[in-house]
Design a binder for this molecule. Structure first.
Ligand code: TYM
Length: 356
């Protein structure tokens, strides 16, 4: 029998749809794939949802890292998100380590996750294959369970009317989202309706931006060559050069053809997403012009998008105290929701409530 009182908001019967997402502070800058696959959706969804966005610094320590660099990168990550348009008045931006309930719920969910189930996660398999057994941590293995905890902590409470929880991510997070859904269902089945089964929100055209030098591989922080990645905070000169030198194909026509023209197709996707122009219109615009003009114009569109973000990021980083104050504000708001969820979870799983 449950000891927790019924949630206070249950009576209202209404709930704003929620959104939660996270990003790792594992590099000195986010990249174009992060921006198009996820972050642009984060910005847009703060107007339609009650939004919680998290810089997942606890996930970042599951692989080898330098503590001083992590501290810098966490702040740089938060500053970039604010510079892109996240607004602490319209959404809640915070650092994962400021809300310890993330780790607490991960422990509970980890106790519901099969060893084999966690071992089937392809990101774990890829990363652990790269690190070797001695370099692979238990934290890397349970990484997706912490991710599930991140999301489910912000589940609207049972009884809050129509409950909706969206997670804007790129294609590479689909399997982790599936695990999160499975764990939510398993918890509910075992302990009673607690979590909303979240929905991934994956953008149609930009779910997987590929490497500029190897268009068959995902654009990624761990890419083998920096020439393949466009960083949000990159200086204009190198940024333009990388796009001009992006691998295309023999031939000259600017045409969307995933199989035979993977490089041009990736550039068309980027162009289309950034400018908001359908791919077919771009094909028409660049019919007969060759790759040169197409790349030159694309470089300009990328620069026009990222230059103001870079400038705002540097301004925000110049006032560290104010940045930390904003993050504390976000942590306070996130903590309220997280604490309430954990109160329900502790009760459901059979922990004795702490006497007063
Ligand atoms: P991370 O930090 O690797 O990436 C952040 C977001 O960027 C998306 N992304 C891409 N999208 C399109 N093309 C690409 N080349 C590309 N590269 C990255 C990712 O899909 C992601 O949405 N495990 C997560 C972080 C996380 C999280 C969460 C996400 C932790 N907890 C809870 C959502 C909800 C990750 O490593 O993302």
């Amino acid at each position: 029998m449950s000891e927790a009182s019924s949630p206070s908001s249950a009576a209202s019967g209404t709930a704003t749809p929620r959104v939660f997402s996270g990003i790792q502070p594992t590099a000195g800058s986010f990249h174009l794939g992060n921006y198009l696959g996820a972050l642009r959706q984060w910005i847009a969804m703060q107007d339609t949802h009650e939004a919680f966005y998290c810089v997942v610094d606890m996930h970042a320590i599951t692989v080898a890292y330098d503590p001083a660099a992590l501290r810098v990168r966490s702040r740089v990550s938060a500053a970039q998100l604010l510079a892109m348009g996240l607004d602490q008045d319209r959404s809640t931006l915070f650092l994962q380590s400021h809300v310890p309930e993330h780790a607490e719920l991960a422990w509970v969910l980890g106790s519901l996750t099969g060893f084999g189930e966690a071992g089937r996660m392809t990101q774990f398999k890829d990363k652990s294959a790269k690190q070797g057994t001695s370099g692979t941590t238990v934290g890397l293995f349970t990484y997706p369970v912490l991710q599930a905890a991140d999301i489910l902590l912000y589940s609207p409470e049972p009884g809050e009317g129509e409950r909706d929880l969206r997670v804007p991510v790129g294609e590479d997070q689909r399997q982790h989202l599936e695990l999160t859904r499975t764990l939510a269902q398993r918890f509910n089945h075992r302990f009673g309706d607690t979590f909303v089964v979240p929905e991934a929100h994956i953008p149609a055209g930009a779910a997987k931006i590929t490497d500029l030098q190897d268009p068959t591989a995902k654009m990624s922080k761990s890419a083998s060559s920096p020439q393949g990645i466009v960083d949000v905070l990159e200086d204009p000169g190198p940024m333009r050069k990388k796009i001009m030198r992006a691998v295309t194909d023999t031939g000259t026509d600017v045409r969307y053809d995933e199989e035979n023209k993977a490089g041009v197709t990736n550039l068309l996707r980027i162009f289309s997403a950034l400018e908001g122009t359908p791919v077919a219109d771009l094909e028409g615009r660049y019919a007969g012009t060759g790759y040169g003009q197409f790349k030159k114009d694309l470089a300009q569109v990328v620069l026009d998008t990222f230059t103001p973000i870079r400038e705002r990021t540097h301004k925000l980083l110049a006032d560290e105290q104010e940045l930390d104050r904003l993050l504390a504000q976000g942590a306070d708001r996130a903590s309220q929701v997280a604490a309430r969820t954990m109160e329900i979870v502790r009760d459901r799983v059979g922990f004795v409530g702490r006497g007063r």
